[in-house]
Design a protein around this ligand. Structure first.
Ligand SMILES: Nc1ncnc2c1ncn2[C@@H]1O[C@H](COP(=O)(O)OP(=O)(O)OP(=O)(O)O)[C@@H](O)[C@H]1O
Length: 251
């Protein structure tokens, strides 16, 4: 089932085109890797999908809903179907892992119960605990996230996305700041969530070898255009040479 459908995505900054008619889908149950040289438009693509960047042209449908045509709470709810995790993990460091994960569910909560962790409802805490358990971190639920390793923090951020009940998980360089072991753990977790929870996962990666080992499909961007869309077996040396050739870097 198609979870994300992007058609004709176009974006320019100060007259320079950074996305040039990008079309792709992300299917439920698959891990899709975005590859490409610095400046090829990978992050801009994900930001357009989640609504952090407004495209100049094109449509983004998440679970069939065209985000550009919705407004107000309808738009917020449609957007909440997608969650994003970043290389610079955005958690509140002095709060516990459990509190940070609970914050993923706050859209469903109204009034005082959303005002402060002191008022978080028992049901929300139980759901957040289950999400932490899902990423293998139930044992550190009450630790402040600032004290956790980078790999643990990234898994807490993924648990927060699960607590948001997002069906689409976008990950912008989720393992670039992690050591090789932690990077493998996070990639394995993302693949497992796609395959067992039927999540649609799209991850920007700077490591083609991780895409080859963990992704079900890869998209290669070159100067704002898709030049590869296929299974990881298609990421041959020739394809990678094209994606990462010295002149592939945007001016
Ligand atoms: N807010 C912005 N204002 C101006 N230019 C921007 C902005 N965001 C991105 N760009 C430019 O758009 C181009 C594409 O950037 P983007 O971050 O999408 O590339 P990327 O493929 O993710 O690169 P990297 O691998 O270096 O993170 C780059 O040239 C970048 O400098």
């Amino acid at each position: 089932m198609t979870a994300v459908q992007v058609d004709g995505l176009t974006k320019a900054y100060a007259g320079t085109t950074v996305l040039d008619g990008v079309d792709f889908t992300v299917q439920a149950g698959e891990l899709l890797a975005f590859l490409g040289a610095n400046g090829s438009g990978k992050s801009t693509t994900l930001k357009c999908v989640i609504g952090l960047t407004r495209p100049d042209a094109g449509t983004v449908r998440v679970q069939g809903k065209d985000l550009g045509t919705l407004q107000g709470r309808a738009q917020i709810l449609a957007r909440s179907q997608a969650a994003m995790v970043f290389q610079k993990i955005q958690l509140v460091p002095r709060r516990t892992a459990l509190d940070n994960v609970c914050s993923g569910g706050l859209l469903r909560v109204r009034g005082l119960a959303s005002a402060s962790p002191a008022f978080f409802a028992k049901e929300l805490k139980e759901e957040a605990m289950a999400c932490l358990d899902r990423v293998g971190l139930a044992g550190i639920a009450l630790e402040r996230t600032g004290k956790l390793s980078g790999g643990q923090q990234q898994r807490v951020a993924i648990a927060r996305a699960l607590c948001q009940r997002a069906s689409v998980l976008l990950a912008d360089e989720p393992v670039s700041a992690l050591d090789p072991h932690a990077a493998e753990q996070v990639m394995a977790l993302l693949a497992e969530l796609a395959h067992t929870e039927n999540l649609a996962v799209a991850a920007v990666l700077h490591q083609p070898d991780l895409a080859i080992r963990y992704a079900d499909r890869a998209i290669g961007l070159l100067k704002g255009k898709i030049v590869f869309d296929g299974g990881p077996a298609g990421l041959t040396d020739d394809v990678l040479d094209t994606l990462y050739a010295p002149d592939s870097v945007a001016a």
